[in-house]
Design a binder for this molecule. Structure first.
Ligand SMILES: C[S@@+](CC[C@H](N)C(=O)[O-])C[C@H]1O[C@@H](n2cnc3c(N)ncnc32)[C@H](O)[C@@H]1O
Ligand code: SF4
Length: 371
């Protein structure tokens, strides 16, 4: 039986250390638990398999640090996953050796997303990162040498101690590597965390500079020939892309409101109008798998209004018009007319898109549009 879901997310939570700003579901070390965890992932996959299509479009291994997972366990997992057109693995630079790059390639991985964050020593220090700029370059070249022709770099801006000129250097250093794809995120820090406490005043100063940084990122990367296809995401286009569409197919599926299955602790799934989130506890996850049960999870049926609003919120992050069919009732017609007059949104055919100025204002414009 094939259930039609074509996008699979797999969460690998283990990391060598915890970076101060990180709010993902992660576990430090736990080497002895990597194999049992992968075993549990495969048990969850077997239980959910009927919801997956016979042919998958995308698989995304996210973390945590998937490439910190014990190589044997990682290899076993990759071998057991169904084939897919795009298979992405997130990697931390210090974990990428020629051997690991070859393992990923052999196992059918098509795309690697490298967590760079910055090339500047003082910013890497503030973020509590382990890899320096030299390690990033070594990792990047190891991936290229292994044959990867689709590499993405993650950068973060608004870091304590950062200036516009630091950001310019980070962008230049990233562009110099000529990656196919770049994700540039503004630093989010949860109030009340150790990180927020340690950098309080400086984070407030950075928050004031954020709008300017965002424009700097977009201006620099589009000038360098990257397509600004989603609020925080850029890919090579035109001749440099050699006719390939280098957008992240997996993340596009989220932004276009497609169904996806998520495996692992803390993983979220949205299938057939129902969303569930697995509990973030490793022991309970492994125990459920051993007993042949689905892991503990929170289940939330999504009503049509919520789905339409999500479609708008996510779809308007993209540079291509969002087809309005089916989402009109979530739109505030008065607000749309006003935003069109202000040159922030425009209707193109039967679709709706934000203008360049509207995209800079982003979430604020979309929030106004929603009825
Ligand atoms: C799931 S994370 C982890 C990937 C990988 N373990 C790493 O550290 O490079 C994926 C990306 O989210 C971004 N990220 C993580 N925490 C963030 C935060 N607090 N604010 C903004 N971006 C963040 C980083 O760019 C990171 O590379
Ligand atoms: S390595 Fe990545 S996932 Fe792990 S704590 Fe650091 S930012 Fe978070």
């Amino acid at each position: 039986m094939s259930g039609g879901v074509r996008h699979l997310y797999v969460h690998l939570p283990f990391c060598a250390a915890r970076c101060g700003y990180c709010d993902f579901v992660t576990l430090v070390g736990r080497e002895g638990e990597h194999e049992p965890y992968v075993e549990a992932l495969l048990a969850e996959l077997a239980l959910e398999r009927s919801s997956l299509d016979r042919e998958l479009d995308t698989i995304f291994l996210g973390g945590g640090t998937p490439t910190y997972t014990a190589p044997r366990a990682l290899e076993r997992l990759l071998a057991a996953l169904p084939p897919a057109r795009e298979v992405t693995v997130e990697a931390n630079p210090e974990t990428v050796t020629p051997r690991l790059a070859a393992l990923l390639r052999r196992a059918g991985v098509t795309r690697v997303s490298l967590g760079v964050q910055s090339f500047q020593p003082h910013l890497l220090h503030a973020l509590e990162r382990r890899a320096d700029a030299a390690a990033v370059r070594t990792a990047f070249h190891a991936l290229r040498d292994a044959g990867f022709d689709n590499i993405s770099l993650d950068l973060i801006y608004g870091v304590p101690g950062q200036s516009a000129s630091d950001l310019a250097h980070d962008l230049d250093d990233a562009i110099a590597l000529a990656p196919e794809h770049l994700s540039c995120y503004e630093l989010e820090s949860k109030p009340g965390t150790r990180f927020a406490h340690a950098h309080g005043d400086e984070l407030a100063r950075q928050a004031e500079a954020m709008e300017g940084y965002f424009e700097q990122v977009v201006e620099t990367l589009t000038h360098a020939g990257y397509r600004w296809y989603e609020t925080a995401n850029f890919c090579r286009g035109g001749v440099a892309a050699g006719g390939r569409d280098l957008r992240s197919r997996h993340n596009l599926a989220y932004w276009l409101g497609r169904d996806y299955l998520g495996l692992g602790i803390g993983a979220v799934s949205t299938v057939g109008g129902v969303r569930w989130r697995n509990a973030p506890k490793l022991a309970a996850y492994v125990a459920a798998a051993r007993a042949g049960r689905v892991p503990p999870r929170e289940v939330e049926p999504l009503d049509d209004d919520v789905r339409r609003r999500e479609r708008l919120l996510l779809g308007l992050r993209l540079d291509e018009p969002l087809p309005l069919h089916g989402v009109e009732s979530a739109l505030d017609a008065g607000a749309l007319a006003r935003l069109e007059r202000l040159g922030l949104a425009e209707r193109r055919g039967s679709g709706l898109t934000l203008t360049r100025r509207g995209r800079f204002l982003g979430g604020g414009v979309t929030a106004e549009l929603i009825a």
